[in-house]
Design a protein around this ligand. Sequence first.
Ligand code: GLU
Length: 280
Amino acid sequence: MRKTRYAAVAFAAAAALTMSACGGDSGTDAGGEDTGSSDTITIGIKFDQPGVGFMENNEPSGFDVDVAKYVANELGYSEDQIEWKETPSAQRENVLENGEVDMIFASYSITDERKQRVAFAGPYFIAGQDLLVNADNNDINGPEDLNGKVLCSVTGSTSAQKIADTQPDVNLLEQGGYANCVTAMQGGQVDAVTTDDIILAGLASTDANSGKFKVVGNTFTEEQYGVGISQDSDQCEAINTAIRTMVEDGSWEEAIMANTEGADYSYNDELNPPEPAACA
Ligand code: GLU
C-alpha cells in the first residue's frame, strides 16, 4: 500500500514554516503530531458506470465503490483516507504497473491475459456479457443477430475482445467508456452496445435514459470481477478475507441490492456471491 505518512519531525519543521497553510488538514493533531490519518490509499474505479462505479459532485457511488470502501476499511483505511482515481478499461493494467493506484475495483474481469501484468484478489461478483439496444428494437436478441450491424464497446475491455474474436462480421466501434457508447446509440450511429449486464442495466436506468433502451437479457460470458492489485502486492489474502466478511455480515447483499434498485436487473444468484479464489 502506498503510505504518505509524514515523519513527525519533518512535518513539525514544515508546519512551523507554513502554519497558516495547514488549515486543519488531516494528518496531524494541533501539536503537529502524526495521528496516522495522513495514510491514504488510492483506489481505481469507473466514473461513468451508474450503479457500478460512478462519480458525481465529487461523490463516488456504485457497487464497486461500496465493496472498495468495505475492503479498505477492513485494511485499516477510513473513507476519508481513500483517494479515488478514474481508471478507464484500457488503463487498468498500466496504472497498477506504474503504481498510480493501490487497488482497482472497476468491473475488472479476472483473465489469464491480464494476469501476465497484474494480480487479482476476489472475485467479489460475477456478471455476464449482454447487449443493450433501443427499446423498440426486436431484431437483436443475441450476438448471432449482430452480423453487418454496428456494435459499440470499450477499448481494452473483455467485451470488445470477445466480439472481435468470435464475430468478425460485426462492425465494432470502440469508445473510451460505455456511457459514450450509449450516446452513440442515441445518436443513431450504432445498433447495439455490449458489455456486462450490470453495467448496461445501470446505464439504461438513469433518469435521462429511462425508457429508451433495453438489456436483451441473454448473457454469453461469465465475468468474474476481481480486485486488481500489482503483482508484488502482499494484500491479496487480506482483501479476500475482507470480501468473505462482507458476504458473511450481509453487507455484500445490501450493497448489490441498493445499487441495482430501480434498474431492470437481478444478479445471477447461482453464481453470486462467489467464493474468492486462492491467491497466487
Ligand atoms: N468486465 C469487463 C472487463 O473487465 C467489461 C467491463 C469493463 O470494461 O470494465 O473488461
